[in-house]
Write a protein that binds this ligand. Structure first.
Ligand SMILES: Nc1ncnc2c1ncn2[C@@H]1O[C@H](COP(=O)(O)OP(=O)(O)O)[C@@H](O)[C@H]1O
Ligand SMILES: [Mg+2]
Length: 269
């Protein structure tokens, strides 16, 4: 796959051990509730990292901090070594941080293809309405490239045969795939997935796993995966961080996490 486009993955120097994303001492409070409590973790470039823990552990709140939806009371968030803690959500999205939500939310009235197209950043082309009317070749080339990229994503997500269907008519698993397509179409550097397998069947989860591994290997996309299906997380992730009551209670390979007694007590049971 080519890496051209507005959010193409930047080449990083070989041997660089700087993580793509670093969360350092992040605390988020809602009134008296400490939802995220002094959490530090990182996501290396091109890795799939898991974030697990019981309901209310602070996983979604941490996603909100990383994407810029909330502002931590303490701590910092760095992308490729640059502090982005005070940057707005739109800016972070342009830098290549994308997410899916716990509850899927494609635009119901738009077709599947237009849902994905509308998530693709406009690369420019200039000329406004005049250019549209004259049909400048440069404009047509950009448009063709955008359509081609959308086609690739629909294929990857198994949506080609329903590309003209309004997204609002889809069953939950397909709608989730549309949301995933919207999240990956501009080739993000970092993809945050919030419980992507909830409400979908086993074979659909297998397909999701294949997509995660494809974007990791072909686009060097890093993935942070929040997921309740522990078998799925363990199959997908190089390293897993475990949260409980806002705090990190364990971190390690799937094997290490499975054998961690604090994690077993709090979560794995
Ligand atoms: N907007 C909010 N206002 C008040 N409390 C919140 C808000 N969002 C989350 N919380 C609280 O923060 C804690 C962590 O929630 P959340 O991040 O959704 O956990 P998880 O995603 O791990 O289930 C919970 O106690 C939750 O009730
Ligand atoms: Mg959550």
């Amino acid at each position: 796959m080519s890496t051209e486009g507005a959010t193409a993955v930047a080449e990083r120097p070989a041997g660089s051990d700087q993580p793509l994303l670093a969360v350092e001492g992040v605390t988020v409070r809602f009134g008296g509730v400490v939802a995220v409590d002094n959490v530090s973790m990182s996501v290396p470039s091109g890795q799939v990292r898991g974030l697990i823990g019981p309901n209310g552990a602070g996983k979604t709140t941490l996603f909100d901090s990383i994407t810029g939806v909330n502002t931590p009371a303490a701590g910092s968030i760095q992308l490729e070594g640059a502090d982005i803690t005070d940057r707005p959500a739109t800016w972070r999205a342009r830098q290549g941080i994308r997410r899916t939500f716990q509850r899927q939310q494609p635009f119901g009235w738009l077709s599947v293809a237009d849902n994905v197209l509308s998530a693709l950043e406009w690369e420019g082309g200039g000329g406004g309405i005049a250019a549209d009317l004259v049909g400048w070749p440069a404009r047509r080339r950009i448009e063709a490239r955008r359509r081609q990229r959308v086609g690739e994503v629909l294929e990857l997500c198994g949506l080609t045969d329903i590309s003209d269907t309004p997204a609002g008519e889809l069953p939950i698993a397909r709608a989730r795939m549309v949301e995933l397509g919207r999240a990956i179409v501009s080739r993000p550097k970092l993809l945050l997935l919030d419980e992507p397998t909830s409400g979908i069947e086993h074979d659909e989860a297998d397909q999701l796993g294949e997509i995660i591994q494809t974007i990791r290997s072909e686009d060097q996309c890093s993935v942070l995966l929040v997921e309740h299906d522990v078998a799925f997380v363990m199959a997908q992730c190089d390293l897993i961080t475990v949260l409980n009551l806002g705090q990190v209670i364990g971190e390690g390979s799937p094997e290490e996490v499975r054998n961690n007694s604090a994690v077993r007590d709090a979560y794995l049971g």
